[in-house]
Design a protein around this ligand. Structure first.
Ligand SMILES: *Cc1c(COP(=O)(O)O)cnc(C)c1O
Length: 384
């Protein structure tokens, strides 16, 4: 059935109709007063979403562009950095940092477990010469559905005094609390196709004062992703290069929807959906992949032991028009992931749970009690 596929992957996420319609017009000139007004308005909205008075700069690129910009604008050749790695996106941070010749000390945790803040404390306390220039972590590790303890790790960074904290908040921003000013987060990166409810193509970097001081010293090569250019243009409600104009129309519309709902309500909705999804999987008898208490508000990874996760995904997609995400790398076939990020309502959760149960039935792996997942999800959705 055409146009019925529902995305329950951690990006791209579903886009509200009014956001799609906002984009359905001719681009306007990006040096026009009309466009400047949109930049002014979205800048304010972005600061609201980021809970910051820092610059939030908008790039035409996917989330990885923001990550790369986050590194090359505040660091210099050979700088020592601590990089957290407990999944595919932590690995990506390591690769970007290495690509620019940084001296990367990797702090690992098993896939499925959160990073241990103690590991950061020990490494930072051992650095009496203050050689570590940045601590770089992924907040919500999308590949495993684990939420890392950003607040604790950041506290250790603050105790160090020199190092900046650079955060991939791609699947946490707009899903749970990331109070940039309150926690004094230096560099925070995100992308449009996740919590923002708009299509891929924009990415965002929020930079604080300490990060701008580091920018002045930074000698890594940069041109398109030179954030100084974006800051200068932003002061005139403009962009240094041709922006993704129609995505700005979408951004304005989606942030307006988010403002109407309110930050607290958005975070509570994601938490409800995480909670209901987890309760349902446990009721069905499927194991959660993320260690207990570390589940991400954006995505739940499920390890259906003894059944090929790819088969479940295939039936859910072909029979019920719901796209779940698969496992990455060694988790392919071991894990499927249910995205509940962005424009998601209770109905989506109930449908996904029901489709998973029905798929298990088709595959001859039905749980003892069919409907147990839906019942658990419904109860969980009612209770919070
Ligand atoms: C999606 C995602 C990214 C960005 O990926 P792009 O494909 O470049 O948009 C980065 N980090 C995390 C944790 C993500 O989920």
């Amino acid at each position: 059935m055409q146009d019925k596929l529902s995305l329950m992957i951690p990006g791209p996420t579903p886009v509200p109709e009014r956001v799609l319609l906002a984009m359905a017009r001719h681009p306007i000139g990006h040096r026009s007063a009309e466009f400047q007004a949109i930049v002014a308005r979205t800048t304010e909205q972005l600061q609201w979403l980021h809970q910051t008075s820092n610059n939030v700069l908008v790039l035409a690129g996917s989330g990885t562009a923001a990550m790369e910009a986050g590194i090359i604008n505040v660091l210099s050749k050979g700088d020592r950095v601590l990089c957290g790695d407990n999944g595919k996106f932590g690995e990506r941070w390591v690769k970007v940092a290495q690509a620019y010749g940084l001296d990367v000390q990797v702090i690992k945790a098993e896939w499925g477990s959160p990073l241990n803040p103690e590991d950061f404390r020990i490494a930072l306390e051992a650095d009496s010469n203050k050689k570590i220039k940045a601590v770089i972590i992924t907040h919500s590790e999308t590949s495993t559905g684990v939420l890392n303890d950003l607040e604790s790790i950041n506290n250790h960074v603050k105790a160090h005094g020199e190092a900046l904290i650079v955060v991939d908040a791609v699947t946490s921003l707009g899903a749970c609390n990331v109070p940039i000013d309150q926690w004094a987060l230096d560099v925070v990166c995100s992308g449009s196709q996740k919590g923002y409810m708009i299509p891929p193509g924009l990415s965002f970097v929020a930079m604080g004062e300490r990060a701008w001081n580091a920018y002045k010293r930074s000698d890594l090569p940069k041109f398109y992703l030179d954030l100084g250019k974006y800051r200068k243009s932003a002061a005139e409600n403009s962009n240094p290069f041709t922006p993704a104009i129609n995505l700005y129309f979408a951004l304005e519309a989606s942030l307006e929807m988010m403002q109407k709902e309110g930050l607290e309500a958005i975070f509570a909705r994601h938490e409800r959906h995480r909670f209901a999804t987890c309760a349902a999987m446990e009721a069905i008898g499927l194991s959660l992949y993320a260690a207990s208490g570390s589940g991400s508000p954006a995505i739940t990874a499920v390890a259906p032991k003894g059944i090929d996760a790819e088969l479940i995904r295939k039936v859910v997609k072909n029979r019920f028009q719901i796209l779940l995400a698969g496992g990455q790398d060694h988790l392919k076939g071991e894990v499927f992931r249910i995205g509940h990020l962005g424009f998601v309502c209770d109905r989506d959760i109930l449908c996904a749970v029901a489709a998973i149960e029905a798929a298990l039935m088709e595959l001859g792996a039905a749980p003892n009690q069919m409907g147990a997942g839906v019942a658990a999800a419904a109860a969980a959705l009612r209770s919070v």
